[in-house]
Design a protein around this ligand. Structure first.
Ligand code: GLN
Length: 238
């Protein structure tokens, strides 16, 4: 376990933070503190260069115009890309999947070059996907169903270097008819699940934290309120 403070990068909450996505950083911090580990959130706004030295990073969702500002900033200051290259865990929500891909097309039909951390491209779908989404996780270290709330017009197609986070059992996920949700590549885990995702999926939070701490796994925390929230949210899929 680290003797120094774990530093959690909250990337561009001023433009990317739909549906309380910034809460993901709070949850990471709280789960560390509950285990007696010092942690702090470093907010990186459009006024700051993106540092490459933090231990874990989170990015939230955004509307098309806000996500365009974020894309420009992340390309101009490639700290996130450098951190991901050295293996720092990154959690990217909704619009952030699109921003981190090769390119995305806005609902107005304009193509925007992305950061190219993920081998994905995103184009608008005929209809917006809105509602609860539940998946069966497809990556090692996750055993429990994942739950979130999706709201996106973009549909994301995965290239050969990217794999899905989950198999959809309720809702839409990456694109209508695709049956998969989220994108995993290197140290980046991305998902269309808002919620914020880590409030609903403690196993995912602890997976990111274990990677940030360089340990294989963390002892689970037993929190009745989180169990209750999960029971309630997962019931919509029955
Ligand atoms: N603007 C993007 C879309 O509609 C992402 C939306 C979001 O992050 N909620 O696909």
């Amino acid at each position: 376990m680290p003797e120094s403070t774990v530093r959690i990068g909250l990337v561009l909450p001023d433009v990317m933070g739909t549906y309380g996505d910034s809460g993901n950083a709070l949850i990471l911090r709280q789960r560390l503190r509950m285990r007696g580990i010092d942690a702090e959130i470093v907010e990186i706004t459009l006024a700051d260069p993106v540092p490459d030295s933090l231990d874990v990073y989170t990015l939230g969702g955004a509307e098309d115009s806000a996500q365009r500002l974020a894309t420009r900033h992340l390309i101009r200051y490639p700290g996130l890309q450098k951190a991901a290259e050295r293996g720092a865990p990154v959690l990217a929500i909704c619009a952030a999947i699109q921003v981190l891909g090769h390119w995305y097309e806005t609902s107005a039909g304009e193509r925007v070059e992305g950061v190219s951390l993920l081998d994905v491209t995103t184009s608008p779908q005929a209809t917006r996907s809105i509602g609860e989404v539940i998946t069966r996780p497809l990556i090692d270290g996750l055993t429990q169903p994942l739950t979130g709330f999706e709201n996106h017009r973009g549909g994301t197609a995965l290239g050969p270097d990217a794999t899905a986070l989950g198999a959809v059992t309720h809702g839409v996920g990456n694109g209508v008819g695709d049956g998969r949700e989220g994108v995993v590549q290197g140290s980046v885990i991305s998902t269309y699940m808002h919620g914020p995702a880590l409030a609903r999926n403690p196993e995912l939070a602890d997976l990111l934290l274990a990677r940030a701490l360089g340990v294989t796994a963390l002892e689970p925390l037993h929190l009745d309120e989180v169990d209750r929230l999960r029971r309630e949210r997962l019931a919509v899929g029955r």
